[in-house]
Design a protein around this ligand. Structure first.
Ligand code: SF4
Ligand code: SF4
Length: 440
């Protein structure tokens, strides 16, 4: 038996009760962790999305729709990051999946998420139309901050003795994770594994505790273990992952301010590791570079390279694109970077956050949500204390004006050198011209 931490307030979350909970040592077993389905879908027309989802589920498990859903409560965990359509799971994907589940006997379809706090989550879920989709599927949208949190304890956790996940998710019979295929300025890529960060009650605290990026990515695995271990009885909860990559996001300003990229795919698996491995490969990256994928795969013995996976459905090779990805050096920024800073190049290639003063409206959202208190207002300006920054990019995720920009130090340095050189050159030219002008 272990003692849970005392209750902590974070972003308006309902407080947990301090409880004594037994450590759960049931095995974590998921269906076919080596199987991943890739289905090409051209666009978000409802008929195309419905057909794609039906095909994806058939490919993954032909019995899923026929046998597993009768009388069950299914929770659809969307990506509801901010009021920007590109940053969130597309509503048509959520609605068509919900309708399919209901048509196949599902008793209740719940839809929900949480981002920074209760108010912002509510604004996002309403503003994005996710709340309306949930209503049409028969239930009010679930803002996790308006519900209790269930502590789950399992021997497979690495970082904490327990993880709290939202009560409605813990109580659901089946969970379907609906991540968006996107880049992330702080972690390079965000997909099925990172999308479960929204299931965690203490986002700021988790960022602050796990400043080291390796630790943070491993901690994300704990949230997945908690969701799987939250089934009552001796079973592992069925958790399915369906990624919306029909139009995803690329560029250094993901996951909120990147640019659209049509990957034209839905990717599904019972393994989040398989989904992210395929997605990152299709974006032109190497999944071996991402600790979140590798550590969760290793922990459970789930395949985490494209060669180890059984990819069913459409041929994935022609779907590979060379998306614009944030530099891998971003994974060395923050405490991890400081710890590994072995020389100038290591320092110079780290990613740092800069405020675009023309875009900034001074709303202070970023200041409130920085887990490291690295941002503050000085006069009319938002300023960064880079010695405190852990490069998590929570500020960029929360900024409504895309005013926070990740920059590579070396690029900045070179730009400044170039700028100063141009000014010096201009001054020299003017002096030479003045000196050579004939006196009149
Ligand atoms: S300034 Fe931004 S990137 Fe740095 S710690 Fe704060 S929220 Fe994270
Ligand atoms: S959230 Fe964005 S607009 Fe608001 S103060 Fe921060 S940088 Fe400026």
């Amino acid at each position: 038996m272990i003692e849970a931490d005392p209750p902590v307030t974070d972003g308006g979350a309902k407080q947990e009760q301090a409880v004594t909970i037994p450590v759960d040592d049931r095995p974590i077993r998921i269906e076919k962790p080596e199987t991943v389905a890739v289905v090409k879908v051209e666009d978000y027309t409802p008929a195309a999305v419905k057909q794609g989802l039906q095909r994806l589920l058939e490919l993954l498990d032909p019995t899923f729709m026929k046998q597993s859903l009768e009388g069950k409560t299914v929770f659809l965990k969307v990506n509801g990051l901010t009021v920007k359509p590109l940053a969130c799971t597309n509503n048509i994907v959520v609605e068509e999946l919900g309708k399919l589940l209901r048509d196949n006997g599902c008793k209740k379809v719940l839809v929900g998420d949480s981002n920074f706090n209760k108010a912002l989550t509510s604004i996002t879920l309403k503003g994005m139309g996710i709340a309306a989709v949930a209503e049409r599927l028969g239930n009010p949208v679930v803002n996790f901050f308006e519900h209790g949190w269930t502590p789950v304890s399992h021997v497979s956790f690495l970082a904490d003795s327990f993880v709290s996940i939202p009560e409605p998710v813990a109580k659901a019979d089946i969970v379907i994770n609906l991540p968006k295929m996107k880049t992330h300025a702080g972690y390079v890529f965000t997909g099925a594994i990172k999308n479960f960060f929204g299931l965690n009650a203490h986002k700021n605290r988790m960022h602050a505790i796990h400043k080291n990026k390796v630790d943070f990515q491993q901690m994300l695995g704990d949230i997945h273990q908690a969701a799987l271990a939250s089934a009552p009885g001796s079973e592992t909860k069925p958790v399915l992952h369906v990624m919306d990559g029909i139009v995803g996001m690329e560029g250094k300003k993901g996951p909120a301010g990147g640019t659209a990229r049509a990957f034209k795919v839905l990717i599904g698996s019972f393994s989040p590791v398989a989904v992210d491995t395929v997605a990152y490969t299709l974006m032109g990256g190497d999944p071996a570079d991402l600790e979140a994928i590798q550590s969760l795969g290793k922990r459970n013995g789930w395949p985490s390279t494209i060669d180890q996976l059984r990819v069913v459905g459409d041929d994935w090779k022609p779907l590979v694109q060379r998306a614009s990805l944030p530099p891998l050096s971003t994974l060395r920024s923050g405490e991890q970077g400081e710890a590994s800073a072995g020389g100038f190049m290591m320092w110079a290639t780290q990613v740092v956050i800069r405020v675009n003063r023309r875009r900034c409206k001074g709303c202070l959202t970023c200041v409130k949500h920085c887990p490291a208190q690295a941002l503050s207002k000085k006069g009319n300006k938002i300023v960064l204390d880079s010695s405190k920054c852990i490069s998590c990019f929570a500020c960029g995720e929360s900024c409504p004006n895309d005013a926070l920009v990740p920059r590579i130090r070396l690029t900045e340095l070179l730009e400044r050198i170039l700028f100063v050189s141009l000014i010096v050159a201009a001054i020299v030219i003017v002096i030479v011209l003045l000196a050579t002008l004939p006196y009149t």
